[in-house]
Design a protein around this ligand. Structure first.
Ligand code: SF4
Length: 409
């Protein structure tokens, strides 16, 4: 339930945020006095075994690229996504064969499956019959409102949630006319109209998303929504863009909202291999200290003082430690000038000086080794510490490891 202290903190953060923000957020300034439903306050729903909202850990979603009716290829991609750390997988359901395939796919995977529906309420009904754990509907393009009632009833009978997935690119024409375009206000009203209809039917297992390819519009829409509703939010920037631009857009959009306490589940949208989306999502959560898992490598940018090739060394550390699940921060620094400071703050680190490299574990130099042995020594220490953490479950309330300076090494 509402935590007044947290609401105050959130309002303060919002004030600072808007002071720094651009004109496109002016209209949202009016909302600063109102309560924001942060993720601890949202209603909790379940997608299969994964909780969304009500302070549950922020789950990571992605979407397959395969034709859903190609069961073998879809199952393979779902398994790869799970291996990469994806909690919930969404499948496109453009036809009946895809809807029917959900049943067979679910028999072969153990990740909750979301059916992505556009235009056809009938397909949503078929996906629910096939065992989908959640349905995503686009309120802007479901025209048969009578059939929608059947979808809500079917979801209610099976106790599965529905995501009202508002997309700026496919808002209802009437809303576009009323607001003069796909504005954040139009997106929020689209969700609000759908919510009113669902609530009239007694249905509350709702998740909402309000995605735009414009990062600032996305942020504005989510904040505006969170000031009115306590339904859990699926956060993402749609069609974020290619490569680095897409990653930056998602990191800013998703990261800004999460840092304000808004957002219960996330999807990073990037073209290409969906595992990349999951990797970036993990990075965003780790940077915000919202999820601790795997190795984070801090590397100096390297300057004229470098004693090792930092990029190559860091890449090789990443290759060796890529499978570690325990939360570890490793600092790869290029020299002894600024290196020791950063290396001391990480779980493990190196700072080279001429032909020797100092190895740090939790702030202490535990060894000085010849440069050519540094990679092997560092990675073997990382594996050893990770093994200890995984075996002993030595994680504190924030997921940080409890190992102090070289204990037990
Ligand atoms: S750690 Fe050393 S090499 Fe790396 S950027 Fe700093 S001063 Fe330059």
């Amino acid at each position: 339930m509402a935590d007044p202290k947290r609401s105050t903190i959130t309002r303060l953060r919002l004030n600072n945020f808007f002071k720094a923000g651009g004109n496109s957020l002016d209209s949202i300034n009016n909302l600063l006095g109102s309560k924001i439903f942060t993720r601890e306050m949202t209603r909790r729903v379940y997608v299969g075994s994964v909780a969304i909202g009500g302070g549950a850990p922020i789950s990571i979603q992605s979407m397959t690229r395969t034709r859903t009716e190609d069961v073998e290829a879809t199952v393979q991609q779902i398994k790869e996504l799970k291996e990469a750390g994806c909690d919930i997988v969404r499948l496109a359901i453009p036809n009946e064969r895809a809807a029917k395939a959900i049943g067979e796919i679910k028999r072969q995977v153990d990740v909750p499956i979301v059916a992505d529906i556009h235009f056809s309420a009938s397909l949503a009904l078929k996906a629910i019959e096939s065992g989908a754990d959640k349905v995503r509907l686009n309120p802007g393009n479901i025209r048969n409102r009578n059939k929608l009632v059947d979808v809500v009833r079917a979801a209610s009978e099976r106790s599965i949630p529905i995501r009202i997935g508002v997309n700026a690119g496919s808002l209802h024409p009437e809303l576009l006319r009323k607001y003069g375009g796909p504005t954040p206000e139009a997106m929020v009203e689209s969700a609000a109209l759908e919510i009113a209809e669902f609530e009239r039917l007694g249905f509350h297992e709702i998740v909402v998303s309000l995605k735009s390819s414009d990062v600032m519009d996305t942020i504005s829409a989510y904040i505006a929504f969170a000031s009115r509703f306590a339904y859990p939010l699926h956060v993402g920037v749609t069609e974020a863009g290619f490569g680095e631009e897409g990653i930056v857009a998602s990191a800013i959009g998703i990261g800004t909202l999460l840092s304000l306490g808004i957002g219960d589940t996330i999807r990073v949208s990037l073209p290409g291999d969906p595992k990349k989306e999951v990797k970036v999502a993990h990075m965003i959560l780790r940077m915000l200290r919202l999820r601790y898992s795997g190795v984070r490598i801090i590397a100096c940018p390297m300057c004229g003082r470098h004693e090792i090739d930092v990029k190559e060394f860091a890449e090789r550390v990443g290759e060796v430690t890529g499978q570690i699940d325990a939360p570890l921060t490793i600092a790869v620094m290029g020299c002894h000038v600024n290196g020791p400071g950063e290396a001391r703050m990480a779980d493990l680190g190196i700072a080279p000086s001429r032909d020797k490299v100092a190895l740090f574990v939790r702030g202490e130099v535990i060894k000085v080794v010849p440069k050519e042995r540094a990679l092997e020594e560092l990675t073997s220490l990382a594996m050893k510490i990770a093994g200890q953490l995984e075996n002993n479950g030595q994680l504190n309330a924030h997921g940080r490891n409890k190992l102090a300076g070289g204990d037990g090494l």
